[in-house]
Write a protein that binds this ligand. Structure first.
Ligand SMILES: [Fe+2]
Length: 292
């Protein structure tokens, strides 16, 4: 099925992928475009997540999913478990009690295709590199400008989860996270989050511990559908992907943008998440550091 779909060439550009009738992102200054920006901003001001269902046209989603399926063999498995603060690579943790959330690890069963392994012709990459998307997201997130992440591995990722696949409870280090689901699991695989569980001043370890212990009373669930664009502020909101069930893989693209140009990830993080091949590349001197 996958191969026959990809056998048929298409001449779609990025603008052909987005449902511009529903999300008129090419004209944000007046009418429906301005209303869309205002609506997303209002939503992001009142909560930490804004979902735009049907951002991709229904007719293009199967092809983006098929292209991603074809890249699955290039996905790297990455760490099998991690703590909510997973970019703290173990330093100084010995002094904390064994049940401290910084020492608690939960399963991470997923693999990722790194940006440099996604062909330039792949539709999801063409969409990611399309300037009007960055402009729309910057307006929606109310920042002066967004730049695509400069990291050769992290900029755009395809996250792959099979049966039992999941992502551990964690916080992001970046302020905002943009995802676009391309294929849903047969069941499970919901995005779960606890809005603003911590602040810049208070880590609120007690509440984090309760969530890790299974308390779902403050957990919000988002049932994503393929083609849905999600804007999420995950720096202070604990979140995870619940276990996937069924044969069909959950395939999601993760689009990294920064408010500064030239942002790179850390070498250590890239080694962990994209594998030993990372060491084969020259270690770049970052103009600015991404979220580790
Ligand atoms: Fe995250």
């Amino acid at each position: 099925m996958t191969l026959s779909l990809l056998d048929r060439p298409v001449d779609w550009g990025p603008a052909d992928l987005v449902d511009l009738d529903r999300y008129p992102i090419l004209n944000l200054d007046t009418g429906a475009g301005a209303a869309l920006v205002a609506e997303v901003r209002a939503r992001m001001a009142e909560t930490v997540l804004c979902a735009l269902p049907g951002f991709l046209k229904v007719s293009v989603v199967p092809r983006l999913a098929a292209e991603t399926e074809a890249l699955v063999p290039l996905a790297y498995r990455g760490p099998a478990e991690a703590s909510p603060y997973f970019f703290n690579y173990g330093s100084g943790l010995e002094s904390l009690p064994a049940d401290h959330p910084r020492r608690r690890k939960t399963p991470r069963i997923m693999s990722q295709v790194a940006y440099d392994l996604i062909p330039e012709t792949a539709l999801i990459r063409r969409l990611y590199e399309w300037e009007p998307l960055a402009v729309f997201l910057s307006r929606a997130l109310d920042v002066p400008r967004l730049y695509r992440c400069a990291d050769r591995f992290q900029a755009l990722n395809l996250s792959v989860m099979g049966e039992g696949g999941c992502q551990q409870w964690h916080f992001d280090t970046n302020e905002s996270n943009i995802t676009l689901l391309l294929q849903a699991a047969e069941a499970g695989g919901e995005f779960e989050y606890v809005p603003l569980i911590r602040s810049e001043e208070d880590e609120n370890y007690e509440a984090v511990t309760r969530v890790l212990d299974g308390d779902a009373s403050r957990v919000v669930r988002l049932a994503q559908e393929p083609g849905m664009l999600v804007l999420f502020r995950g720096r202070r909101s604990l979140h995870r992907v619940a276990p996937c069930r069924g044969k069909r893989r959950r395939l999601q693209s993760v689009l990294a943008f920064n408010s500064r140009p030239g942002v790179l990830g850390s070498h250590e993080s890239n080694l962990l998440h994209y594998g030993p091949r990372v060491a084969l590349f020259p270690r770049p001197q970052p103009a600015s550091r991404a979220a580790e």
